[in-house]
Every structure is written in C-alpha cells, then in structure tokens.
Design a protein around this ligand. Structure first.
Ligand SMILES: [Zn+2]
Length: 182
C-alpha cells in the first residue's frame, strides 16, 4: 500500500483555511490538524464533485478550495458579514472603495430574514433596495450559474479612491462594541 492511499484526498498537507499556515494530514484519516485551529476534515458535499472541501470539526464551518484559495461557505449571517467587511477593509487599504456588493444566490435564504426584521446592517431602505454597510446589495444574476458562483460568496464592484461615506466602517464598529448582529 502506498503512502498516498493512507492520506486524505487533498494530499500530504493543505493550507489551514483560518491561518494559512501549511498543516499536515493525519495518516489513516480524512483530516488535517492545525496546531492553532484544530481538525479539518475533508467533506463529501454533494454540490462538490471535486471533493475540494473541508469542514472545521469544532465549528462546522466549511470551505471550498478553488484557484489556490479557500472560500468559506457560510452557514451564519455573522460570518458572511465579517468576510464582506474584511474584503471592504482590504480594498480600502489598496486605495479602492466598493460601490456595490453582489451576493451568491445560495445566500438568499440566509439573508432574507435579516432584511425583513429591519436589522441595522442589512435592511431595506432607499425605496426597497437592499443595503449592507451602506452599499447597495444585489444577488448573482440567475444567468450566471457557473461553478465560480457555487464557490465564491460575493463579489465587490470597486472604484479608485476612498469611500465617500464610511457607513460600512461605522456600522461594524458599532456592532463590535454593541455585541450581536440582527
Ligand atoms: Zn490554522
């Protein structure tokens, strides 16, 4: 029996989806162990014929590996919102700002209850248009049903320069100090 057949499907090592360090496979399991973040098990998601996904055993969070990066598959609104904020922050540091957020269709169900409850950060204002962090939000066009949209969670439309309003930064600061979203 070769060593390869004793290893999980993603090989000898992967990059930890949480901290990006290289972490080893545990032989004879389908898992990888990060000293900081614990066990990640290769999942068997039906939507993922490529089997490029791992589940964090402690939290149940799931990632798909695509084009050299892990993409978190959010089950909770808070984690989706946090990832969008990190991307907005990253854009800002690169000298850009976002003008629009496009969410994957698969999050429609996750996001909808927060629209209807009139949450501070995800709500219908401006004639029913959905906004997050002060930015207009739309869903992925139904016509774009390619594999990419099954993996990525959202896309930011960007423009050069700092944002004209900092609603998204303020919103997150308030929510971090005030606690719970929703
Ligand atoms: Zn880690």
């Amino acid at each position: 029996m070769s060593l390869g057949s004793l290893l999980p499907p993603l090989g000898e090592t992967i990059r930890c989806p949480c901290c990006d360090r290289t972490i080893p496979a545990l032989v004879l399991t389908d898992a990888y162990l990060c000293p900081r973040h614990g066990l990640f098990e290769v999942g068997s998601e039906e939507n993922d014929p490529k089997k490029n996904n791992v589940v964090h055993l402690d939290s149940g969070r799931q990632w798909l590996f695509w084009q050299g990066q892990w993409h978190c598959q959010h089950q909770q609104i808070e984690s989706l919102r946090t990832e969008i904020f990190a991307a907005l922050d990253h854009l800002h540091h690169q000298g850009f700002h976002a003008t629009r957020i496009t969410l994957a269709q698969r999050y429609r169900e996750l996001v909808t209850p927060y629209l209807e409850s009139g949450s501070d950060c995800f709500r219908r204002i401006y004639y029913g248009k959905l906004r997050l962090y002060g930015l207009p939000v739309t869903f992925q066009p139904e016509t774009q049903a390619d594999y990419r949209w099954q993996v990525i969670s959202f896309e930011l439309t960007k423009a050069p320069g700092s944002p004209k309003n900092y609603a998204y930064l303020t919103c997150t600061r308030v929510s971090e100090s005030g606690g719970k979203f929703g």
